[in-house]
Write a protein that binds this ligand. Structure first.
Ligand code: AP5
Length: 228
């Protein structure tokens, strides 16, 4: 099963992708995580991407598409049952490149799941987000605190990090980029009957349950094929 999680910054794409990865043996491919790894390693791509990401703008399509192609290539022939794209595509040219890539490999795309969240809630979610410095487990100051204060639930590490693009000014730019460049993908995927809509304002477990309903083939609160 191959999926796309679509939604604005802070909608919960990464949170839900990690849960789906475990439950369905899918492989999460997050272009944001890939770019941050390039930045950390100081590669040519990382050097080009860092300033763009810090401004909250989108990294050029050509860089993203070639990076993604290598990942999809790597996902074929592995033991995973498919992939979840988290943060890709983000522009119509990226979606067209993905269609061509999947057609060349005869790989289907099963669902495009949109997590709908109000802009005001997104700012609160992003400004409260932090991750374990060792294993990358995600937390939130209000919505998902570690069970023991200052201790990662997964690996016991006491060190946490916050993303440099999670500040109010950059979040505004990221939201603007989403509405201008990524939202046009909603009619694109509605037109080919793949779009399913989930209420991303609900609590995390409820969002997960809505996604599971979509994956089970029951349309429940999701959108019927062909509907926006
Ligand atoms: P990227 O890393 O993809 O960031 P993003 O899309 O802005 O999304 P986020 O990771 O911020 O949010 P999320 O939806 O994953 O939410 P999360 O689950 O963490 O991209 C970063 C940058 O890289 C871009 O700005 C761009 O420059 C570049 N880039 C990446 N891909 C690109 C592409 N394809 N083309 C061009 N440029 C690209 O949740 C957020 C917080 O909310 C967490 O703390 C979580 O605990 C909490 N939370 C989650 N769900 C809920 C819930 N239901 N209720 C309450 N809290 C919740």
């Amino acid at each position: 099963m191959n999926l796309i999680l679509l939604g604005p910054p802070g909608a919960g794409k990464g949170t839900q992708a990690k849960l789906l990865e475990e439950r369905h043996s899918l492989r999460q491919i997050s272009t944001g995580d890939l770019l941050r790894a390039e930045v950390k390693s100081g590669t040519e791509i990382g050097l080009q991407a860092k300033a763009v990401m810090d401004r909250g703008e989108l990294v050029p399509d050509a860089i993203i598409i070639s990076m993604l192609e290598r990942q999809v290539e790597g996902a074929t022939g592995t033991s995973t049952a498919g992939f979840i794209l988290d943060g890709f595509p983000r522009t119509v040219p990226q979606a067209e490149a993905l269609d061509a890539m999947l057609a060349r490999k005869a790989m289907p795309l099963h669902h495009v799941i949109e997590l709908q969240v109000d802009d005001a809630a997104l700012v609160e979610r992003i400004s409260g987000r932090f991750t374990c410095a060792k294993c990358g487990q995600g937390y939130h100051d209000r919505f998902k605190r570690p069970k023991v204060a200052d201790t990662c639930d997964v690996c016991g590490c006491h060190e946490f990090t916050r993303r440099s693009d999670d500040n109010a000014e950059t979040v505004r730019a990221r939201l603007e980029a989403y509405h201008r460049q990524t939202a046009p993908l909603l009619p694109y995927y509605a037109a080919n009957g793949l779009l399913r809509v989930v209420d991303g304002m609900a609590e995390m477990d409820t969002v997960t349950a809505q996604i599971e309903t979509v994956l089970a083939g029951s349309h429940g609160s999701g959108t019927e094929p062909g509907q926006a």
